[in-house]
Design a protein around this ligand. Structure first.
Ligand code: ZN
Length: 181
């Protein structure tokens, strides 16, 4: 009797495990089949506008110069300074940047003529603080991670909203919506 009980218990456990693995594999296949985004995530787009508004409120004209980036464009940028002329502008290959998932933007300051300037020392609103760092601080308030804080390669224009997702998870098809349930 005891032996029968154990046999049934083990068979039940194996069945449960089997169903669970099957379901996990299905979820994984579903995630991997998800298409890549083709534009900025709506929350990132909204926060970018808020960034520009808040900067303007303290007398800083800033603009978003880059947002969503296709894999092809990312590969072109990656080639720059490696197999193509120019200086290195990124360490991320296609599919390795948060821009490719619509989760990153790049900003720049605007001068009196409305032209983008990449001058991190500029103090246009004349408050004794560098405008660039003021904009970055607003970005961080809004929940962005700032590339200027990175140790390996300081990417001063870069702001990304990860939703807690690692690059590996994004490549495996995880999306911000999965973290909001
Ligand atoms: Zn960037």
């Amino acid at each position: 009797m005891k032996r029968l009980f154990w046999a049934i218990a083990i068979i039940a456990a194996v069945l449960v495990l089997f169903v669970w693995v099957q379901r996990e594999l299905e979820f994984r296949a579903e995630r991997l089949a998800r298409p890549l985004p083709v534009e900025l995530h709506p929350i990132v787009a909204e926060k970018s506008q808020e960034l520009i508004r808040r900067a303007e409120a303290i007398g800083i004209d800033a603009a978003v110069t880059e947002g969503f980036r296709s894999i092809e464009r990312q590969n072109e940028l990656y080639a720059q300074g490696r197999t193509a002329p120019g200086g290195i502008v990124t360490y991320a290959e296609g599919g390795e940047s948060y821009h490719n998932y619509g989760l990153a933007i790049d900003f720049a300051l605007l001068d009196e003529n409305g032209d983008a300037v990449w001058d991190i020392e500029r103090d246009g609103n004349d408050n004794g603080e560098r405008d660039w760092f003021e904009v970055a601080a607003i970005g961080k308030e809004l929940g962005f991670e700032w590339g200027g804080d990175w140790e390996r390669f300081r990417d001063y224009p870069h702001l990304q909203l990860t939703f807690g997702l690692s690059m590996r998870e994004l490549k495996n098809g995880w999306r911000p919506e999965d973290t909001m349930e």
